[in-house]
Write a protein that binds this ligand. Sequence first.
Ligand SMILES: *[C@@H]1O[C@H](CO)[C@@H](O)[C@H](O)[C@H]1NC(C)=O
Ligand SMILES: *[C@@H]1O[C@H](CO)[C@@H](O)[C@H](O)[C@H]1NC(C)=O
Length: 512
Amino acid sequence: MSLLREAEKCLANQKAYAGLNAFITPLQRSGSWLDRVRDADARRESRSSKSPLDGRLIAVKDNICTRTLPTTCASGVLDKFTSPFDATVVNALEDAGAVVAGKTNLDEFGMGSHSIHSRFGPVRNSRQDGDEAPLSAGGSSGGSAVAVATEQCYAALGTDTGGSVRLPAAYTGTVGFKPSYGLISRWGVVAYANSLDTVGILGRKTSVVRDVFNVLNHHDHRDPTNLSPSSRSRISSYLATPPLSDRLTSRPLRIGVPLEYNLSELTEPVRRAWLRSLAHLEKQGHTLHPISLPTTKLALSAYYVLAPAEASSNLAKYDGVRYGTRAEGPDSEEGPNGYLYAKTRGEGFGAEVKRRILLGSFSLSADAMDNYFIQAQRVRRLVQADFDAIFSTENPLRASAIERQETTVDVLIGPTAPSTPPRLSSLLDASNQSSPLNAYVTDVFTVPASLAGLPAISVPVSVSDSTSSSQHGSENESSDTDTVGIQVIGQYGDDELVLKVGEILEHATFVE
Ligand SMILES: *[C@@H]1O[C@H](CO)[C@@H](O)[C@H](O)[C@H]1NC(C)=O
Ligand SMILES: *[C@@H]1O[C@H](CO)[C@@H](O)[C@H](O)[C@H]1NC(C)=O
């Protein structure tokens, strides 16, 4: 298919699936992008494509700055805001010939696990569980995931702070990759929690995700948290001995099965997909090793102290004076912290963002600091040490060697989320709104890799037998909720191996 026809199909799907609310700003039919796709077709004809992404439509989450389209972060404080510059990742995509396919819906400032906290309304999953009731698309990059799942674009960018790319991928049956922290530039990406934020990639296949990653994985001096060229070469020479191809062929992979991830709350399809993935890897000659990450139990609580603490200081700038939309009314009736600030922030931010700002401000306050923020930082270091103790490769960023467990592994395999997507109606129900803890627990398996900065991917793994669905002849039962997200986690910098193992699982067909 020509690139132009492919692009036209995406555009048609954006219209057809508008009800899913995946886009805040969709692509316009008019515009220079059509010419750019035609040019890419000509290049492809003459075998001079700029990259595998040349002429491809890539959707961008609406907390990543674009010069030509508004950037709203799904928030009332950024009403009609258009950035004066493009984020580094957007520039890199366009240099590779890709076209921005519009800006996708999200939880306000990336804060949420179901893409329901958006000023533009919730994102709806395209999948159904046999009933008509819409399901959660996961969050906060739910718009990007649904856009990919329904072929409204070729691939999409999201951001992942505690699981915001992996969870929507799991819920929509797509591939979602969070690279090692610091590999992809965050310049022009609106911050939620700086020490955790990572740009992530969503696609229908791991190979597409890898193509996008290769275009974005470069040093950027404008992002101070971006890995320096010298660290990059140190990591690649360190992990390249032996080279990845040899590591995969010379000996079987050692697959870690984290015992703490085997919660009694796992639903049946999740349990089944996990066991099938392990059996599949074992059948290919790889070996399974139960391992223990004892601090995992504390990771979620630590995350929900650290991320809001960073968010509360990041969002302090949206006061209607320096940044953000100013609320109508008299300027300052009660001094600099009075009327204008309170009104702007009170009207501009949604409930979930306010909740996290309050949580963060509290845990950073003098009385609470020692009990919450300092403890959470301690837990974060323990989570990192847990991972370093079980991976067979050393963490290239760790200064001193750490004592390893007897059993070490190359990658970990576990579920991405404890369950398949919940109904939107149950999440929007008032009684559940008052207990945000329900929503936070969804992140229990994604948060540990975020705290440790490790690469992790969620790939769709089939739970229905490839042979049985045709025999039973009941198409409506083998609906499209028949995959579960399985997560692969690797050592820092081992992104290529994580992608490779994701690919092995993604192609698996299970015949029992
Ligand atoms: C999880 O625990 C159950 C029993 O408690 C066991 O049957 C199952 O094999 C375990 N899953 C994994 C992946 O180890
Ligand atoms: C609250 O959420 C849980 C988990 O998603 C769900 O099982 C339950 O039915 C919801 N409660 C209501 C009243 O919708």
